[in-house]
Write a protein of this length. Structure first.
Length: 268
């Protein structure tokens, strides 16, 4: 059983939802990332989504776009991100780490090399925003033998046929994008989310995480009442951005919000 599956199974036994923070690797500088990852785990994070900096992050709003720009100013590459995961694994061998990014850097490295380097570093899942399942066979064939979960996005506009297709190839968990638009762009409507999750669960037994629009403890709590995980990104990256000139303060600022979310989620 993968680290991701084990994590969700343990949380299910405890009657809890997963808290899944997203931060961009190398933002605002590479030295911040690993201490930040550890601080997030200490604050109650169950899985970490680590963004791979990219020059054209089409699914991301201005907040995460700027995070990629800050990391790229330090020339943070895909291999550098793997090195950061490897450093994290020296002290944490349990918390799942999912790389979230875009296809171009993976293609440039090569699917087989990417999958092997990721497995060696301790990566548990890969979410590639801009590759549909119809074009993902080569990547899936590289990831699966190495025990890395391919994670796919579903949206409010996803049809039943699309849901069925994606659920057939996904593993680890399914990521439901709760709003129409880019990251950080809108407020989520819990009733609509609950309805869509019920539809998705007709086609998969995988956990379904909900992301985009989770900004505070109240929305995190509401999401895990209907979903299996609250995925929070822009709200955390905003805290990073506010402290780019005080990098030592970033882990405490980010983990402070996560701790509030974890406490709210555990009240259910």
């Amino acid at each position: 059983m993968s680290r991701i599956s084990t994590c969700f199974e343990q949380l299910k036994q405890q009657g809890k939802g997963a808290l899944v923070p997203f931060v961009t690797a190398g933002d605002p500088s590479p030295g911040v990332t690993v201490p930040l990852m550890h601080a997030m785990v200490e604050a109650g994070a169950n899985i970490i989504e680590l963004g791979v900096p990219f020059s054209d992050p089409m699914a991301d709003g201005p907040v995460i776009q700027r995070a990629s720009e800050r990391a790229l100013q330090h020339n943070v590459s895909l291999r550098d991100v793997m090195d950061l995961v490897r450093q994290f694994r020296r002290d944490d061998t349990e918390t799942p780490v999912v790389l979230m990014g875009y296809l171009n850097p993976i293609e440039a490295m090569g699917y087989e090399i990417f999958a092997q380097v990721a497995a060696d570093a301790g990566v548990d899942g890969v979410l590639t925003v801009d590759i549909p399942p119809e074009e993902a066979d080569d990547l899936l064939q590289a990831l699966r033998p190495r025990g890395i979960d391919p994670i796919f996005l579903l949206a409010p506009t996803s049809t039943k046929q699309r849901i069925k297709r994606i659920c057939a190839v996904a593993s680890g968990y399914v990521y439901y994008v709760s709003v129409k638009g880019i990251t950080g762009s809108a407020n989520l409507a819990i009733g609509e989310v609950a309805s869509k999750l019920a539809e998705i669960r007709r086609y998969t037994s995988l956990p379904v995480g909900v992301g985009f629009g989770i900004k505070d403890p109240e929305t995190a709590q509401a999401v895990v009442q209907v979903g299996d995980a609250a995925i929070v990104g822009s709200a955390l990256v905003k805290r990073v951005e506010a402290l780019v000139d005080e990098p030592a303060a970033i882990p405490a600022a980010v983990s402070g919000l996560l701790r509030q979310m974890r406490e709210a989620m555990d009240l259910i």
